[in-house]
Design a protein around this ligand. Sequence first.
Ligand code: GLY
Ligand code: MN
Ligand code: MN
Length: 457
Amino acid sequence: MAKTNVKRRTRNKTPSSSATTSLASIHAQRRNRLYKALGGTPLLLRAAPEVLRNGDVHFSYRQDSNFKYLTGFDEPESILVCMPTSTGYETHYFVRPRDKEREIWDGPRAGTRGAIREYGADHSYPISEFWDVFGKMAGDIDELAYPLGSDPTFDVQVLRHFGARFTGRPRRNQGLPSFVDPRPALHEMRLIKSSEEVDLMRRAAEISAAGHRVAMSIAEPGMYEFEVQAELEAVFRREGSPRNGYDSIVATGKNACTLHYIANNAKIKKGDLLLIDAGAEYGHYTADITRTFPVAGPFSDAQRAVYEVVLRCQKKCVALCKPGTTVKKLLETSWRELTKGLVELGILKGSIDKLVEKKAFRPWYMHGLGHWLGMDVHDVGAYEDRSGKPMQLAPGMVTTIEPGLYFANNDKKVPKEFRGIGVRIEDDVLVTKNGPDVLTSGVPKEVREIEELTSIE
Ligand code: GLY
Ligand code: MN
Ligand code: MN
């Protein structure tokens, strides 16, 4: 790289042996794998920007999952660049420099020294030097791995930077570099969780399960949904989760039929079912659990009948989460099981095969069976392989299994006793060579267990 007069720091050749170094080495291994998968193309990735919410208040900051996965770095205003060298590549971090004044307001920063010592950079620079340094090190590149489209504000800056190749008196007649999207390779990596990732997901699941158990045991008629939410999330925070993986859904009675209900401001009535879909984040990995339970138990006959249909389907699909099962097989199993249940409940009539073929279940089961889970709640990773065939489960994948039935309270096609009932049961399942490992088994789902936990003495 050309010499610059910026405040560049470079790694000392003797590595330290702290715990952060071993974390740093995990991130370095990920960068190595990605860099190889990209065939040695230079890589540029920016941290999540801070986003204004209203006035001068920002949304709470959460690092971009891909950036975190490759660097471990949590701070905004940071950029990762990997540049080829004669023997491989070097990692350059551009970060907020240490600043006594700013740190009084915003808290400590790793700074350029920390980026090297704790986060495995080979070279680091103040973020303000980015365009100058990047311009010199990447001045003549013909190809750049950069996720064009994911950060439009930065895209404009990147395009303007390379567009300047045509302004003034260009040295070479060189167009813009070709942009290669690093995300397919990156997302393929993120789909298979390593043992370190599984440990974090297991902890996120345990914390979330603890919150759900408390919610089940304290919910009472007369409480507002947000009060139950507060108790649930208090457990998440006390157990070490800094934030939720997504907004909690706490839906009493018919609100459960609004799939992404997050108002959480209704009063819970006696005899209501309460559907809670909530997951704590831990180490930037999230759990995603749904339980539906009778407030202060037990289930009414109609509620139990619907619940048992969903539970039977959910357990059957969980049992299929082993290597080789396709996501299509899982989905079709849920269609068949819920269709059988709808016939048993007297809502559908006719041959199961024909009803499934017609997707007659659609008015009451309108979402998919599940999704990949990881750093993002709807995690990255394809559902079809490169040849367009449904993805087969493999060890290290984590999927949710979350069938549901929702009967709106004005739905004339279902018997009266079922109207206003919405049930979803959702677990997080790690695929192992020995079969499914249900990370969220710490929260009950059997009728008897739920009634024990929810009943008031
Ligand atoms: N919590 C969102 C979902 O279950 O997909
Ligand atoms: Mn889910
Ligand atoms: Mn969910």
